[in-house]
Design a protein around this ligand. Structure first.
Ligand code: NAP
Length: 478
């Protein structure tokens, strides 16, 4: 069955359709998904615009009930949705199920947030006047999402948008329309009025661009690469949209001499290689002080040799395939770049053959790299990490902050002094102490600084900053 777009409460065939291929097994086509054209994207935007005045007046109880029901269904179907996720994106089944569960929890969280809508009543500096500060929906929110979290990222944009009374037009990544479609199907059976939520699948250059340039879209939430994000921010400024961008990372993981070796190895293994390293929060620069360097590299490569890289749906697989041929080429290209720059390849670095035709790539580690090498400055977005040897904590911190990115940073240490200093001085949005850089909670703010993020934070109570407009009202009660 072909999967259509959801526009104004109707399932509408696309201008064309595209197959959704399993990266673990390219002979497995999940389904054909609609490709909208610009006209259909504009129809979805018009439907959201028309639905907005009424939806903005919906009660907080109505919104809470709808979001809660959506969350309940996602949680009840997390195995099925997680399996679909692993099949289309390539992260392992336990990771896929975990992500689906996270999406359900996010809807439940924002169901509760809807009824916690806040305002303030404050005295004026003038006698007898009262000042009210309230929050209102922003309007029509356009959403453009990447392929690496096919259900969680749409969920963490859609749920707060609806909770605060906005209408939604979402374009998921072209590579992974399956989870977004499944989520839209669940939403389509909720009590949400037609037009409040619209799904338009298709190319970024067509559907994405229509959303970015439309004067009828009030706010734009984007997650993806820095290059696309920058272009989108420039284009969105033409129509003065509110913009929120979550982009790439080149996240540092410090390992200090006093680290618990097992903890440090586990943290790096998780951060750098799990989910095939395809996480914006993945640690790719492992900054290690010289006293522990050799022991750490030996222990890490020993653990890497034991990892099972195979079909994402197979029991026992630790790491699934890379998402598609172009990402695989990028990983291979960066291995060549790192080698040419003088990095020492100590593990992986090559494509792997398995029983099915998929995009398998060995987790890869370089040592003897320096902070100025391209491998330490550019996001690879694959299971590729490089070790930078440093003298001490001070040098480690300086190297960690020497980057255009600022999403998250980790430190493995048993020193309270260094952990406390790092928490304060790491120039990032998220810090992890003796924990993997990737893997965050759903109820607290998510995001970074510098080239990684732009605009208000996503998730948790902080999501209200983006999905609401603040109004200040002065009252003279005569
Ligand atoms: P991408 O190539 O930038 O694509 C992201 C989205 O933008 C896709 O839906 C894409 O559509 C769309 N797009 C492309 N060109 C567009 C245009 N001209 N106008 C409007 N939309 C356009 O990123 P990706 O490869 O999917 O995702 C990987 C990147 O996302 C990495 O850099 C990663 O670090 C980042 N990421 C960041 C976070 C975070 O929260 N900081 C989380 C996850 C991922 P198509 O699918 O049609 O290309």
């Amino acid at each position: 069955m072909k999967k259509h777009n959801l526009i104004d409460g109707q399932w509408v065939a696309g201008a064309s359709a595209t197959p959704n291929v399993n990266p673990s097994n390219t002979a497995d086509v999940i389904d054909e998904y609609a490709q909208a054209d610009r006209q259909q994207a504009n129809a979805a935007i018009a439907a959201a615009r028309a639905a907005f005045p009424k939806w903005a007046q919906s009660t907080i109880q109505q919104r809470a009930d709808i979001l809660d029901a959506i969350g309940t269904e996602i949680l009840a179907r997390k195995e099925e949705l997680g399996t679909l996720l692993s099949r289309e994106e390539g992260k392992t089944k336990p990771e896929g199920i975990g992500e689906a569960a996270r999406a359900g929890s996010i809807f439940k969280f924002f169901a509760q947030e809807a009824v916690r809508a806040r305002g303030e009543l404050v005295p004026s500096v003038r006698p007898g006047i009262e000042v009210e500060i309230t929050r209102e929906p922003v309007g029509v929110v356009g959403m453009i999402t990447p392929w690496n979290f096919p259900i969680a990222i749409p969920a963490w944009k859609i749920a707060p948008a609806l909770a605060y009374g906005n209408c939604v037009v979402i374009k998921p990544a072209d590579l992974v329309p399956g989870c977004a479609w499944a989520l839209a199907e669940i939403i389509s059976r909720s009590a949400l009025p037609p037009g409040v939520f619209n799904l338009v699948m298709g190319r970024g250059s067509v559907v994405g661009d229509a959303i970015v340039t439309s004067p009828d879209v009030d706010a734009l939430s984007f997650t993806g690469s820095v290059v696309t994000g920058r272009n989108i921010a420039r284009a969105a400024a033409e129509t003065m949209k509110k913009v929120q961008l979550e982009m790439g990372g080149k996240n540092p993981q410090l390992v200090l001499d006093d680290a618990d070796l097992d903890v440090a190895v586990n943290v790096v293994l998780q951060s750098a290689f799990f989910s095939t390293g395809q996480r914006c929060t993945a640690a790719s620069r492992v900054i290690v002080t010289e006293g522990i360097h050799d022991r750490f590299v030996a222990a890490l490569t020993a653990r890497m040799a034991k990892l099972t890289i195979d079909d994402a749906l197979k029991a026992g697989t630790d790491i699934g395939p890379v998402v598609d041929p172009s990402q695989l080429k990028q990983d291979i290209d960066y291995v060549a770049i790192a080698k040419a720059e003088g990095g020492k390849l100590v593990a992986g670095g090559e494509r792997l053959a398995r029983t099915t035709d998929g995009y398998y790539f060995a987790p890869t580690l370089f040592t003897e790299t320096t902070p100025t090498m391209r491998i330490n400055r550019e996001e690879v977005f694959g299971p590729v990490a490089s070790v930078i040897r440093v003298r001490d904590y001070d040098e480690a911190l300086a190297v960690a902050n020497d980057t255009a990115f600022g999403l998250c940073a980790g430190i493995a240490t048993r020193s309270l002094k260094h952990a406390a200093h790092f928490k304060r001085h790491a120039q990032v949005g998220m810090v992890m102490v003796n924990l993997p850089t990737a893997g965050v909670d759903y109820h607290v703010p998510f995001g970074g600084r510098k080239g990684s993020s732009y605009g208000p934070r996503e998730q948790g109570t902080y999501a209200a900053e983006f999905y609401t407009a603040v109004k200040t009202t002065y009252v003279n009660p005569v």
